[in-house]
Ligand binder design. Structure first.
Ligand code: BES
Ligand code: MN
Ligand code: MN
Length: 460
């Protein structure tokens, strides 16, 4: 196919462009970076126009802007795919642990190191280049392509649902397509058919109404940090199940068949331990590592603070202690209900005299997508063509809030075609994208769009 040749003769150009994208520190959670987030949106719009999209615009929201693009290249009879991606990135901290500067993209061997390289700028950009390859060879893509690229994914997508509701008509499509997940290994292509949901809460506990001298009062006044630690200790039982009453009520248990399937997924425990930098695994009794991370709900403290944390010793009995706690959810758990159950249980754990404030920050529904769909079959063929190997069906442990929103608001099914690798270090220092996956990702998308144009997706 000529479009593939086009990609192969433009590797260096595409890489240089991706590096330009990665130089923009579009950190959505930090207010000081708002102008950089917008700069990334403008940059992306310009590249979409260059790739041939006749419509590409930056649309304001109450938060960071959405970049919308549209190319109805193939007529009303042809399928329309809505590509989603996020151009915002996580903060780079702790910056001192990076071997190369997070916003100075650096190629080492086959890998491109930078914040956002894999999550999600590199994966998003593969779609832009796939469309451009069609434009450079056939004049236009063989299907209709719409794009919605948000700048708030890493902070819970607060403006996205209102945006999708408001622009529902414009966003009409037959299928949503997202590259924001990973594959099992560089030579083991896989397609994710399920994602976990999320309920994120913040807790604040207050003891004395001001900090106290720990020598004068210590031992006779309840220390809120000590108390918070004890409360957190009550969140799991001795078998590492989550102790919040009602937490598992809506959990869909794995069928024997799915357990056997997960068991058959090629999984290298030693490599996994090494990637995680740990010497042993941990988790809910009775479940394997893949089951625990893909198909079981979890609860983790993401951060905890209070009292004196500067260098040296200060003898103080603090007034307050805080924690941020996330729960990963699986079908059919409802993020709001889980947050409510947590709040109720947590408040009840407080010893007398401790004031507890718990509030939910944001949530995402867990999702499972149809594994038998026409689109899924086209995706399987596309991976096989680009990687020379049939993909394995897997689940992902992370969350992409838009997937459930697209389903509930637009009735759209999503296909998750990820090109990340397990050692990409998403959200961590030294994030990277494996460049062969960038190029093969573009080729996979080309095969997919080409295959879809000949499929019966429209008539389903
Ligand atoms: N791309 C990730 C989600 C992901 C990673 C899914 C790996 C499957 C495998 C996404 O950018 C992300 O980090 N999402 C957040 C959710 C959000 C509400 C902050 C997450 O999962 O923590
Ligand atoms: Mn992502
Ligand atoms: Mn992310």
């Amino acid at each position: 196919m000529e479009a593939l040749e086009f990609v192969r003769s433009h590797h260096d150009k595409f890489l240089q462009e991706l590096k330009d994208f990665l130089r923009i520190p579009s950190i959505s959670t930090q207010a000081e970076q708002a102008s950089d987030v917008r700069r990334a949106a403008d940059w992306l719009r310009d590249r979409l126009l260059e790739a041939g999209f006749p419509v590409a615009e930056v649309i304001d929201t109450t938060g960071h802007p959405v970049v919308y693009a549209e190319w109805m290249a193939a007529g009303a009879e042809a399928p329309t795919v809505l590509v989603y991606g996020h151009y915002d990135v996580q903060p780079p901290d702790p910056v001192e642990l990076w071997d190369t500067p997070p916003f100075e993209p650096t190629v080492v061997g086959d890998d491109l190191y930078a914040r956002g390289a894999s999550d999600d700028k590199g994966q998003l950009y593969a779609h832009v280049k796939a469309v451009q390859a069609f434009r450079g060879t056939r004049g236009a893509p063989p299907i209709n392509v719409k794009g919605i690229f948000e700048g708030e994914e890493e902070c819970g997508s607060p403006s996205l649902e209102p945006f999708i509701r408001e622009h529902a008509e414009r966003l009409e499509a037959d299928l949503a397509l997202i590259s924001d997940t990973g594959m099992l290994g560089k030579d083991t292509p896989s397609i994710v058919y399920g994602l976990r949901g999320l309920a994120y809460v913040e807790v604040e506990v207050t003891g004395p109404d001001h900090d106290l001298h720990s020598g004068i009062y210590g031992g006779a006044v309840l220390n809120p940090i000590n108390a918070l630690c004890a409360m957190i200790g009550e969140l799991h039982d001795e078998e590492r199940h989550i102790a919040v009453p009602g937490f598992y009520d809506d959990v869909r248990e794995l069928s024997a068949e799915e357990r056997a399937e997960l068991e058959a997924v090629p999984f290298d425990r030693e490599a996994w331990l090494e990637e995680a930098g740990v010497t042993t695994d941990w988790g809910e009794a009775g479940y394997s590592i893949l089951e625990r991370t893909w198909a079981r709900p979890t609860l983790d403290v993401n951060g905890m603070w209070g009292g004196y944390t500067e260098p040296g010793a200060k003898t103080v009995l603090p007034s307050k202690a805080f924690a941020k706690i996330s729960m990963r959810l699986v079908p059919d758990q409802d993020p709001e209900r889980i947050a409510d159950l947590f709040c109720e249980y947590f408040a009840g754990l407080a010893p007398r005299g401790l004031d507890v404030d718990v509030h939910a920050l944001h949530g995402a529904w867990p999702v499972l997508v149809d594994r038998e769909s026409v689109a899924m079959q086209a995706a399987s063929r596309a991976y096989a063509q680009a990687f020379g190997k049939e993909p394995v069906l897997v689940r992902g442990g992370g969350s992409i809030p838009v997937v459930a929103t697209l389903q509930s608001v637009l009735g759209l099914d999503t296909l998750l075609m990820g090109f990340g690798l397990p050692d990409d270090r998403l959200h961590s220092p030294n994030e990277k994208f494996h460049l062969p996956n960038f190029y093969r990702g573009i080729e996979t998308i080309i095969h997919f769009m080409d295959g879809l144009s000949r499929s019966s997706l429209k008539g389903e």
